[in-house]
Design a protein around this ligand. Structure first.
Ligand SMILES: Nc1ncnc2c1ncn2[C@@H]1O[C@H](COP(=O)(O)OP(=O)(O)OP(=O)(O)O)[C@@H](O)[C@H]1O
Length: 681
C-alpha cells in the first residue's frame, strides 16, 4: 500500500503551490488530468482541497485509510478529504476556535458525497460516549431521509440536492461530538408540480409508489404506476431499495409509526392534488370535475379577500385555480420538508462542525426566481471565499510590499442586494406597488435604475450581437461564474417573489417578499460563517455524462475559472505558502534547536530567528513579519516537519527520562523526609 501511495504521489504535484509554472492554466489542468487518470482525485492549493468527481467507487475511504490520516499533519501525507477533516478537527481542539468547511462546485461535482465522507470520518474517528454512538448513527441516517425528500434526478445529477444545506456539528471540550443541527435553504419546491424533460420529482414520491407495501398504498388510495400521476414522470432509479433505507433511517432518527404514516398521507395527498381536474363554468367560474376530490379541494378555486374589514369569497378563473392548486401542493411540500428537518434536529439534539452545501450552477437557459436566489447565494459564498482567503492574504502581503490582482465579485453582490438600488429592492418595490404585478414594468424599472451597470444587460440595452440572442422578456446578469439569463415573463420572477399567491391589493404591506427573506437568511448565514475559521473543498465535475475516467478539458477549464482556482493559486504563490504566529511556530519546532529547547526566554522574534538560522533557512525562504513568520516554499516546511518527526522519539525519550528522574527524586525526598521525622521522635 505504501509503495503504491509513493508511486501515486509521483504523478503530478499533490499541491498546486508546487507547480513550476503556476501562472499557466494549461499546466494547472494538465496536473489535474494526470492525477485524475491515476485515480488521484484530490489535490491541494495550500490548504484548499480540490476534488474531482471520479464517478466510480475508489478504495480510499476505508477505516484503515481513516486511521492513516488521523492526527497526521496536513502536508505529510497525500491529499484527502480525510486530511482536511482531521486537520479541521484538530484545529478546533488545539486552537479552540469554531471551524467550518465550505464545499462548493456545480451540480454533480461531488459536494454531497464530500459532506457524507466528512461526517463518516468524524463518526468513526472521534472519541465517543454511549450517547455519541447513537448520535453518530442518527447523523449518518439523516442523509438518506433528507435526500429522499430534498433530492431529485436532474439532467446533471441522478441524485441532485434541490436545497441548500448547512450542517452544524458540536463537540464537547474532549472532542466528543455531542449533537448536530441542520439549516436548510431554498428548497426547489417548483419541482413538486413541474419537472424539465428528463428530470424527476423528489425521490420520495417514487419510493413510496415502488417500495410502499400494498396495504399502505391501498390506505392512501394510490396506484403503483407513477405514470398515473400528473406530478410524476416514470423513470425508476432503484427506488424500492431506497424506500427500505429511508424507512429504516426514519426509525433510527426516532420517527414513530404514526408520524411516518402522516408523512406518507401528505405525500399521497400531494399526488392526488396534482390529479385534480377542473372545469370552467359559463361565467368563468371554476369547479372540480373529479367528484371524489370535491370536498377537499373545492376551496382551491376560490380566494378569500378582506376589504375594509369585510371578508368576501371570490371565484378564481381556470388559470388562477390551476396555479392556486399547484401553489398549495408546493406550499404543503415545503412545510412538510421544514417539519422533517425540524424533527431531525430534535433527534440530533445538542449540536456539532459545519458544512454549508451550495449548488453552484452555470446555467445558460432562461431561469426564474428560484435560480436567481440560488445564484445570488453562490455569489455571496464566492464573496466570502474572496474575503476570507484572497483579501486576507492581500492585506498580509501589502505589509510585505507585494501586490496581487484578483477578481472581486463584490460589484455583483451589490448589484443584487444594494438598498434602494439593487435588483431585490426594485423587485420588492414592484411587488408593493398597487395593482397587478407586472414583469414588464419591473424590467423597465431595472433598465432605468441599473442600466449601464457592466454586469447587467437586457434586450433593449444590449449591443446588436447580444440582442439577437436575447428575448425581450429576460435580463442577463454576468455572475462571477458566467452569464445567466433570467426570464421575467408572466408567472416567474415577481409572482414567485410574492410567495406565489395571487396578489391582493389591500394587504401589500403584509407581503414579506421571498427575496428579502432569502437575503436576510443569507446574511445570517454569512455572519455564522464569518465567525468561524473556514476550510474549503472545491469540487470539479470531469464530464457531463457521469462517466468514470472521462476528463472533459473544456468543462474542467470552465470550472477552474469560475471557482477562482487560478487566482487562489497565484495569490498563494505570489507570497508565502505558509505563515504562523511566532509563538505557535516556536512552540512547535523549538525541539529542533538546542538554543530554543526546552524553552526560549528572550523575545519571540529572536527565538524564531535563532531557530530558523539553526535549521539553515536561506533568506529567500522566509520573512519575519511583526508577529508572524512567512515561509515561501512548502518544501521548506516539509523538511522542517520531517525533521520534527524524526526528532520525536528522541524528545519522547528525554521527556520520559525527565519524568522518571522527577518521580524518583520525589520518592527519595519523601523517604528522606519520613526518615528524618522518625529520627526526631
Ligand atoms: N468521491 C466520490 N466517489 C465516487 N463517486 C462520487 C464521488 N463524489 C461524487 N460521486 C458520484 O457523483 C454523483 C454526484 O455527486 P453529488 O451528488 O455529491 O454531487 P453534488 O455536487 O452534491 O450535486 P448537486 O449540487 O446536484 O446536489 C454521486 O451520486 C456519485 O455517484
Amino acid at each position: 500500500m505504501e509503495s503504491a501511495l509513493t508511486a501515486r504521489d509521483r504523478v503530478g504535484v499533490q499541491d498546486f503551490v508546487l507547480l513550476e509554472n503556476y501562472n499557466s492554466e494549461v499546466a494547472f489542468i494538465d496536473n489535474l488530468r494526470r492525477r485524475f487518470r491515476e485515480n488521484l482525485i484530490y489535490t491541494y492549493i495550500g490548504s484548499v482541497l480540490v476534488s474531482v468527481n471520479p464517478y466510480k467507487d475508489l478504495e480510499i475511504y476505508s477505516k484503515a485509510q481513516m486511521e492513516r490520516y488521523r492526527g497526521v499533519s496536513f502536508y505529510e501525507i497525500s491529499p484527502h478529504i480525510y486530511a482536511l477533516s482531521d486537520n479541521t478537527y484538530r484545529a478546533m481542539r488545539t486552537e479552540r476556535k469554531d471551524q467550518c468547511i465550505l464545499i462548493s462546485g456545480e451540480s454533480g461535482a461531488g459536494k454531497t458525497e464530500a459532506s457524507k465522507k466528512i461526517l463518516l470520518y468524524y463518526t468513526v474517528t472521534c472519541p465517543t460516549g454511549d450517547h455519541m454512538a447513537a448520535l453518530g448513527e442518527r447523523l449518518l441516517q439523516s442523509n438518506p431521509v433528507l435526500e429522499a425528500f430534498g433530492n431529485a434526478k436532474t439532467l446533471r445529477n441522478d441524485n441532485s440536492s434541490r436545497f441548500g444545506k448547512y450542517m452544524d456539528v458540536q463537540f464537547d471540550f474532549k472532542g466528543v461530538p455531542v449533537g448536530g443541527h441542520i439549516l436548510n435553504y431554498l428548497l426547489e419546491k417548483s419541482r413538486v408540480v413541474h419537472q424539465n424533460h428528463g428530470e424527476r420529482n423528489f425521490h420520495i414520491f417514487y419510493q413510496l409508489l415502488e417500495g410502499g407495501d400494498d396495504d399502505l398504498l391501498k390506505s392512501l388510495e394510490l396506484e403503483r404506476n407513477p405514470q398515473n400521476y400528473n406530478y410524476l414522470v416514470k423513470v425508476s432509479i432503484n427506488d424500492k431499495n431506497s424506500w427500505k433505507t429511508v424507512m429504516n433511517a426514519l426509525l433510527v432518527i426516532g420517527f414513530v409509526e404514526e408520524e411516518v404514516q402522516n408523512l406518507m398521507n401528505i405525500i399521497g395527498g400531494i399526488l392526488h392534488l396534482g390529479n385534480t381536474q377542473f372545469g370552467e363554468g359559463e361565467e368563468g367560474e371554476t369547479y372540480v370535475t373529479n367528484e371524489d376530490q370535491i370536498l377537499t379541494l373545492e376551496k382551491v378555486s376560490r380566494a378569500k379577500l378582506t376589504a375594509k374589514g369585510e371578508e368576501m369569497i371570490s371565484p378564481l378563473n381556470f388559470e388562477q385555480t390551476l396555479s392556486a392548486r399547484d401553489a398549495l401542493a408546493k406550499s404543503v411540500y415545503r412545510r412538510t420538508f421544514n417539519w422533517l428537518v425540524e424533527k431531525i434536529n430534535q433527534s440530533l439534539a445538542q449540536k456539532v462542525m459545519q458544512k454549508f452545501k451550495d449548488s453552484t450552477e452555470k446555467i445558460s437557459l432562461s431561469l426564474g426566481f428560484e435560480q436567481f436566489c440560488i445564484n445570488y447565494c453562490n455569489e455571496k459564498l464566492q464573496q466570502l471565499f474572496i474575503e476570507l482567503t484572497l483579501q486576507y492574504e492581500q492585506e498580509e502581503y501589502e505589509t510585505e510590499g507585494i501586490t496581487v490582482q484578483y477578481f472581486d465579485n463584490k460589484i455583483i453582490c451589490e448589484l443584487i442586494e444594494e438598498k434602494h438600488k439593487g435588483i431585490i429592492s426594485i423587485m420588492n418595490e414592484e411587488c408593493l406597488r398597487p395593482g397587478e404585478t407586472c414583469d414588464a414594468s419591473f424590467l423597465e424599472k431595472m433598465e432605468d435604475s441599473i442600466g449601464g451597470h457592466p454586469h447587467f444587460v437586457t434586450h433593449k440595452l444590449a449591443n446588436g450581437k447580444t440582442r439577437r440572442v436575447m428575448s425581450r422578456e429576460e435580463f442577463r446578469l454576468l455572475h462571477y461564474a458566467g452569464e445567466v439569463s433570467y426570464n421575467v415573463n408572466g408567472e416567474t420572477i415577481l409572482k414567485q417573489n410574492e410567495g406565489l399567491c395571487p396578489k391582493r391589493s389591500h394587504d401589500h404591506v403584509f407581503v414579506i417578499q421571498a427575496s428579502t427573506q432569502f437575503k436576510n437568511s443569507l446574511m445570517k448565514l454569512m455572519e455564522i460563517l464569518m465567525s468561524k475559521e473556514p476550510s474549503y473543498v472545491r469540487c470539479i465535475k470531469p464530464n457531463d455524462s457521469k462517466q468514470p475516467g472521462k476528463f472533459d478539458e473544456v468543462l474542467v477549464r470552465h470550472q477552474v475559472k469560475y471557482l477562482g482556482l487560478m487566482e487562489n493559486l497565484r495569490v498563494r504563490r505570489a507570497g508565502f505558502a505558509y505563515r504562523r504566529r511566532f509563538e505557535a511556530f516556536l512552540q512547535r519546532y523549538k525541539p529542533l534547536c538546542p538554543e530554543t529547547w526546552p524553552n526560549w526566554n528572550g523575545c519571540l522574534s529572536d527565538g524564531v530567528s535563532t531557530l530558523v538560522e539553526h535549521l539553515g533557512y536561506t533568506p529567500e525562504e522566509y520573512k519575519l513579519g511583526r508577529s508572524k513568520i512567512f515561509i515561501r516554499f512548502p518544501k521548506t516546511l516539509f523538511t522542517t516537519e520531517d525533521a520534527l518527526e524524526a526528532k520525536k522519539p528522541e524528545i519522547a525519550l528525554i521527556l520520559q527520562k525527565s519524568w522518571r528522574g522527577y518521580t524518583e527524586r520525589s520518592k527519595y525526598q519523601r523517604i528522606r523526609h519520613a526518615g528524618q521525622s522518625t529520627t526526631c521522635w
